[in-house]
Write a protein that binds this ligand. Structure first.
Ligand code: SIN
Length: 285
């Protein structure tokens, strides 16, 4: 893992593991990128799947401007739209309505953002605002590596399958059935289980908490298959853990990573607040 010095592009790339992730050193994200820097950052995003920018301090507007350099901002699910004074920035937090830590950390199940949409999120940008003294990590699974690690028969099998992704079902699994309005806003969608990344051409397993069951199978059989597959790949060789530092801004590729927040801190005592923007992806088939 050698650092790459993009002398011409004025930043350095420090890989964070052999699996995935790189720290981008030397850029102030409040400044718009010139075309060469943007192209080099985009290439690093495709090569490393997760980019970590340290010591940033972006307002919500600045985060939106940074995000929009790479694509089209995506609206949030109906329920999350009201959690910010800025319509395109979602506040990720463990605070209750009175602003106190509520003991629960949201987004703690493996998922890829908005996979229930017809065009699931391409990228998520998550910027730390308030962190607990320790823990509250975000953990990632490299789904390229997970696919590559399957035997040939399983690869062939999952290449032939599609999955129903359902916001309604994932909310039910969380014990919170959706309203009719939410269901209208986010109907079910079907995506290939083995997804070809539109920019790299690599194959990634495309599942997560919104992946309900295999399309065309009985719900029970299809659900069991998806759950078992997820359990089998969300394990050590494919995992990368990000330990947050003040000022961190992460940008990751939802088309080939799963992620989840980890409640490895006292969520009844300490606030954990991050600002999230998402970029819309493309149709999967
Ligand atoms: C998310 O799922 O977008 C948020 C992850 C986190 O809170 O670490």
């Amino acid at each position: 893992m050698n650092a790459h010095d993009f002398t011409q592009e004025r930043f350095t790339l420090q890989p964070l593991s052999d699996l995935m992730g790189a720290e981008v050193i030397g850029l102030d994200l409040r400044q718009p990128f010139d075309p060469d820097i943007k192209a080099a950052v985009h290439k690093a995003f495709l090569d490393y799947q997760l980019l970590v920018f340290r010591d940033q301090n972006l307002t919500k507007d600045e985060q939106v401007v940074f995000t929009e350099q790479f694509g089209t901002l995506e609206r949030h699910a109906v329920r999350n739209r009201g959690t910010s004074d800025h319509p395109l920035v979602h506040i990720v937090s463990n605070l209750d309505e009175s602003g106190k830590p509520m003991g629960k950390v949201r987004s703690d199940k493996w998922h890829t953002d908005k996979s229930f949409r017809p065009e699931p999120s391409m990228a998520t940008i998550l910027h730390a605002q308030t962190l607990p003294p320790d823990g509250g990590d975000t953990v990632f699974v490299n789904m390229y590596a997970a696919f590559d690690g399957l035997n040939q028969a399983t690869k062939d099998k999952i290449r032939s399958l599609n999955v129903v992704h359902s916001w309604a079902t994932s909310r039910e699994h969380e014990g919170r059935p959706v309203t009719a309005e939410e269901k209208r806003d986010a109907p079910d969608n079907v995506h290939p289980l083995a997804r070809i990344h539109p920019e790299t051409g690599r194959t990634a397993i495309f599942i997560g908490m919104h992946a309900s069951h295999i399309d065309g199978w009985s719900f029970e059989e299809g659900r069991a298959f998806v759950v078992e597959l997820e359990e089998s790949v969300t394990r050590a060789p494919y995992l990368f853990r990000h330990k947050w530092q003040a000022g961190d801004l992460l940008m990751w590729d939802n088309r080939c990573l799963l992620h989840r927040a980890e409640a490895n801190f006292d969520a009844r005592k300490f606030p954990r607040i991050l600002h999230r923007t998402c970029l819309r992806g493309t149709a999967t088939q």
